[in-house]
Design a protein around this ligand. Structure first.
Ligand code: ADP
Ligand code: MG
Length: 681
């Protein structure tokens, strides 16, 4: 029986060679082919000369008035030219390196040429000849497909045409009718046809709405189904901890939890008690107090006799967390150890033994935790801090060290909602959108002069009050291409300027891991008052005594990254400053600098970042497994995405789901569909 999921070689004209070529384009089935839409359309409507702007791509129709002449030059290079009369005007038409066209150009004949218009010269650089007169009923747009060197445009078009003819009626309609009606969507069949061969701009717009909504809906359905099945499966570890004992621990903390922290702790603890596996993302701005939230979750876990693992990206961060926990666990029976790459073999051996026997309650560490010989007795809670710093597989490896342990990811890079419902859609999300009381907001200043000297005087005044400062630069070494300040240069400059009055440290990504750690530690201990650094500094370093952050060439960074960098100061009780040295050339750059001086809200900044720079630039997102949508764009089509998300949530939580007949085509599709764009990682 014929199916839309038939391999494409069932189509006429697809032999082994073309099959191979189509495979490399990600096309396996007839449905893949039918949803291989043009990536652009060329407007081949014949235009009047007056309507055309310089450099427009247009089709001109006219009469050939001079014979075509071919001029050869260079190696295999040629220029063919002739004149064409369009009403009263005469224009010059030139084709490069297509001498064989000469035969097609006959004096006195009417032809149509597609090309790029040069208004000054009144000439057209021709791309192709469209035949002697326009076919009746032909489209005004010519579809342009992604191809490769093994298959031509023309071939793809003809294969798609025959696929449309033979398989049109088999194209599945999967969107529940109620939704199609609500959003005035045409059928998927019609949308597909129109995407390939639109008759007008409006028809294309209409079709793309259907296609994008369907793509997002399918993706969101998958996420919701994953989430739903996790919640309905009692294969996790239920942790019915003693509430009174946990409260007692919380009461002994040196501060009261913020309302946000209380809410988030409740969300997490509810997950812990339930028999399903917790899979939760905690998003909280820099300094919002995520660590203590994790600690409380660990205590709940330990109270029930289970173990926890806390993974962080750097040794220095691991040490910081260890110190915090060591302090908090004083006077309790809870045990905690630190395991990193620098842990001495003897100590490491003991830790591994205690983890395996269950003697040790909690381990904090770096990547050292995911080594093969690290085994747990009964790991029930895994927390990954600064989760975007780890690869998908690293996080997975740690999670697999227990039997379906509860998982909490933490990030200080708030993810805008559109991204969160896409990248993190199958997770539950907790948000800490409030800083502990009493923090003095960081003052951000944008200096357009982009001169470091002015800031050095300012820094000096702060240093005289026993404070410390960071100077961030985008590059390590001098670059011939880019005129950017580089860390080594700046380091020299700062040394000369201060003449030994202050100690200056240098930190960059080319240094070995232990050199970096050593430098950060020395800065923390105030052995250096100024730290010149590249962006390697950004992760979690906590030096409350640092009050100035100078960022050079700040326009080179995205808002989220600037915000992260800025978050290195303002951690103590004195007022802190962030100085952006930037002379952006673009409006976008200026806008970003301005926004930085106006907002310290990480959520707001990440949304703006997404709008101004696109998702690819938001660090960490690519790693987190950003799905490659074929047609939908999560920024431009954010509204459609939001609607599709809501609809998917609604459908999956609907009482009638999945038995109701209206969901059957969609569920069937999710099972059958082997497309590439919507495959989950
Ligand atoms: P982040 O969310 O960036 O990881 P941390 O957990 O490092 O933030 O917390 C930042 C600082 O705020 C720490 O010094 C911590 O002790 C402190 N802190 C956390 N919660 C509170 C609170 N409720 N009240 C006062 N200080 C708090
Ligand atoms: Mg933190």
């Amino acid at each position: 029986m014929k199916s839309i999921y038939d391999s494409i070689d069932v189509l006429p004209g697809v032999g082994p060679k073309r099959l191979e070529a189509l495979h490399t384009l990600g096309i396996d089935t007839v449905y893949d082919l039918l949803t291989h839409f043009p990536f652009r359309y060329e407007d081949i409507q014949v235009k009047n000369l007056e309507e055309i702007d310089d450099q427009d791509k247009v089709t001109l129709k006219g009469t050939v008035v001079t014979p075509a002449t071919v001029h050869h030059y260079g190696f295999k290079k040629s220029r063919l030219s002739f004149k064409m009369a369009i009403e009263d005007a005469i224009v010059m038409i030139t084709f490069f390196n297509q001498p064989y066209l000469k035969d097609k150009i006959q004096l006195e004949e009417e032809i149509m040429v597609f090309g790029k218009w040069d208004a000054l010269r009144q000439s057209l650089a021709g791309f192709k000849i469209l035949g002697s007169s326009k076919n009746n009923g032909a489209n005004d747009f010519e579809s342009v497909y992604h191809v490769n060197k093994h298959i031509k445009q023309k071939t793809v078009v003809s294969i798609i045409k025959s696929a449309l003819e033979e398989y049109y009626s088999l194209i599945p309609e999967i969107i529940p009718e109620e939704l199609s009606i609500r959003y005035h969507l045409q059928s998927h069949k019609d949308a597909i046809r129109a995407m390939h061969f639109p008759k007008s701009e409006t028809e294309f717009q209409q079709a793309s709405r259907q296609v994008i909504y369907q793509e997002f809906l399918v993706y969101q359905m998958k996420l919701q189904l994953v989430r739903d099945s996790r919640k309905n499966q009692a294969k996790g570890i239920s942790i019915p901890y003693n509430v009174e004992q946990l409260k007692e621990f919380i009461q002994k903390l040196p501060f009261e939890l913020t309302d946000g922290q209380k809410r988030v702790v409740n969300e997490i603890c509810r997950d812990l008690r339930e028999p399903y596996v917790m899979n939760r993302l905690l998003q909280g701005d820099v300094g919002s107090g995520k660590t203590i939230v994790a600690v409380i979750a660990f205590v709940a876990t330990i109270l029930e006799g289970y173990q926890g693992a806390f993974m962080v990206p750097t040794e220095i961060l691991a040490e910081q967390h260890y110190e915090t926990l060591h302090q908090l666990f004083k006077g309790t029976p809870f045990t905690v150890s630190l395991l990193t790459g620098s842990t001495k073999p003897k100590v490491r051996k003991t830790i591994l033994e205690e983890l395996a026997s269950g003697k040790l309650d909690l381990v904090i560490g770096t990547h050292a935790l995911i080594q093969e010989d690290v085994l747990f007795h009964n790991l029930a809670l895994v927390v990954t801090d600064e989760q975007h710093r780890f690869g998908v597989n690293q996080r997975k490896t740690l999670n697999e060290k227990g039997e379906n342990p509860n998982v909490l990811y933490m990030t200080a890079t708030p993810i805008p909602r559109t991204l969160a419902i896409t990248v993190m859609g199958e997770m539950d999300v907790s948000i800490l959108d409030q800083l502990p009381a009493g923090r003095i907001p960081i003052r951000t200043i944008w200096s357009k002069s982009s001169k470091l000297e002015g800031s050095l005087d300012f820094i000096s005044k702060q240093l005289e009050m026993n404070r410390q400062a960071y100077i961030i630069t985008p590059l390590i070494e001098k670059s011939e291409v880019l005129d950017l300040k580089n860390a080594e240069d700046v380091y020299q400059k700062v040394m000369e300027y201060y003449q030994g009055k202050w100690q200056i440290g240098l930190l960059h990504g080319r240094q070995k891991a232990d050199e970096k750690e050593k430098m950060m530690r020395a800065f923390k201990d105030n052995e250096y008052q100024v730290l010149v650094s590249t962006t390697v500094i950004e992760v979690g370093l906590n030096v409350p005594n640092a009050t100035v952050m100078v960022i050079q060439d700040a326009e080179r960074f995205g808002l989220s990254q600037l915000h992260q960098l800025r978050g290195r100061v303002g951690r103590g009780s004195s007022e802190s400053f962030c100085i952006l040295l930037a002379n952006p050339k673009t409006d976008n750059g200026k806008e970003r600098m301005k926004i930085m001086t106006e907002s310290t809200d990480g959520f707001y900044l990440s949304q703006k970042d997404l709008e101004l720079r696109g998702s690819g630039d938001l660090f960490g997102i690519k790693q987190s497994g950003m799905p490659a949508f074929k047609y939908g764009d999560i920024i431009r089509n954010a509204n459609i995405l939001e609607v599709a998300h809501t609809d998917a949530v609604m459908m999956v939580s609907d009482e009638g789901f999945p038995s109701s007949s209206i969901y059957q085509p969609l569920l069937h599709f999710l099972k059958e569909e082997r497309g590439h764009s919507t495959r989950l990682q």
